[in-house]
Ligand binder design. Structure first.
Ligand code: ADP
Ligand code: MN
Length: 179
């Protein structure tokens, strides 16, 4: 028997996608517009040491998923969180009411990551990740289909439309399906 947890007063949103798709920018706008608290998991990992050292080849930390989940458990319990991270399969499914997967054209990913000063191998890895829709597949494997929302993030207009959609979800979450 799975114990039912008390309902959250406000939904938890996950904004995921390949690096460069616009997660952090989108999540910031959503948090501001919908009155959610923003959790940038990458920063949490760095600041609170939720990793197993540094990966020099790809200029990133080796993620310690258990430490991340332990660290976030309490903040997720109350709801009202807007979480931003480039991978999504290791979070407990029960945490999220909506999982947004941002998508962008290859050339946009390339330009955005190059602009951020990423090394060529890291840019290439992320471009391939986007082409292979790795994050979208991971989201679909990890969460119920009806809470996964795939959104294009190529233009500023896309981003504004995405923020509107996500804010609308927060303000008027769909009624729960009857059993
Ligand atoms: P992520 O957090 O997914 O790596 P960011 O939010 O940091 O992505 O965005 C990376 C860069 O791309 C930023 O300079 C941002 O302004 C730009 N960007 C992101 N999404 C869009 C979009 N839909 N249209 C135009 N520029 C975008
Ligand atoms: Mn980011």
């Amino acid at each position: 028997v799975v114990p039912t947890s008390p309902p959250r007063s406000s939904p938890n949103i996950l904004v995921t996608g390949t690096p460069g798709t616009g997660k952090t920018t989108t999540a910031e706008m959503v948090a501001l517009a919908a009155g959610l608290e923003k959790v940038t998991v990458g920063e949490l990992v760095k600041e609170r040491g939720l990793h197993d050292g540094y990966n020099d080849e790809f200029d990133t930390y080796w993620l310690n998923e258990d430490k991340v989940v332990d660290e976030m458990e309490e903040m997720m319990a109350g709801g009202g969180m807007c979480v931003d991270f480039h991978t999504c399969g290791f979070f407990p499914e029960r945490w999220f009411d909506l999982v947004v997967v941002l998508r962008a054209e290859t050339n946009n990913i390339y330009d955005r990551l190059e602009g951020r000063g990423y090394k060529q191998n890291k840019i290439q890895e992320n471009v391939e990740c986007e082409i292979m829709q790795v994050v979208l597949d991971e989201a679909r494997e990890s969460y119920k289909a009806d809470i996964v929302m795939e959104l294009p993030s190529n233009t500023v207009e896309d981003m504004e439309a995405n923020v509107d959609k996500i804010v609308a979800f927060v303000e008027h979450p769909p009624a729960e399906a009857s059993p």
